[in-house]
Design a binder for this molecule. Sequence first.
Ligand code: NAP
Length: 247
Amino acid sequence: MAKLLILGGTAEAAELTARLAGDDRLETVTSLAGLTRLPNVGSGQVRRGGFGGPDGLAAFLKNGGYDALVDATHPFAAQIARHAAEAVEMSGTPRVKLVRPAFARTPADRFVPVADIESAAKALPQNARVFLAAGRRELAPFAARSDLWCLVRMIEPPAADEALPKGELILGRPPTDPDAEIALFKEHKIEWIVSKDSGGRAGAKIEAARRLKLPVVLVERPAPPKGTTVESVDAVIAWLESTLFHG
Ligand code: NAP
């Protein structure tokens, strides 16, 4: 039986394990960073926590007898993607990176593309009222702009030592209904949205911004490390067939 390590923490990783669950040629282990309280893990075995850098991951792959690695981490999880690419060079493990496509653009978008989260904070005009969908450790550039008022939504609470921007904090997952986002943005007189281009379906906040004609400062995804990159779970499964089973 072939053994597969999936670096997860995304809906695609969960979908992949669910689709591979009935395949008795394969044993899957999903690795999670361990930061999220209620992660969607799909099927198969799960392990949690960092590997201790590329050397640690290379040793984990070798000692665990893994035949292949699927890096299905989030497009903005750049460090683990880099570590995975370096680790497989050391261990000689075949690896594929799954990166979902960027948000589809529409004529209704008022996107202001920027390279990173620091540039996003700089792109906002003076005294703007901002909706910010942020991850951990992404708030400092906005906290440094004391003229801004920010409605911040985070899935996990900010770290205890994290500076918060002036405004309000909402904890929770994003709604799927654009009308709920429209009501929220209107209630707080939001003028600008800041979002990462996490890719895939653009989601309710981007649709709400389109309908309200609000500008969106859109943080573009970092380039994936070199190596095979695919955009869908189907393509990962085809890669596994040809790499492990020569199908
Ligand atoms: P990151 O900055 O690229 O990684 C930081 C460190 O966390 C890595 O060096 C690694 O530690 C450990 N790590 C990350 N993902 C791991 C995994 N799947 N299994 C084991 N260790 C992992 O990552 P991040 O942006 O903090 O994201 C952490 C996790 O959350 C990822 O798995 C990602 O798929 C998920 N996620 C991230 C975002 C986002 O916007 N960044 C959004 C949704 C989900 P070592 O070097 O010690 O191995």
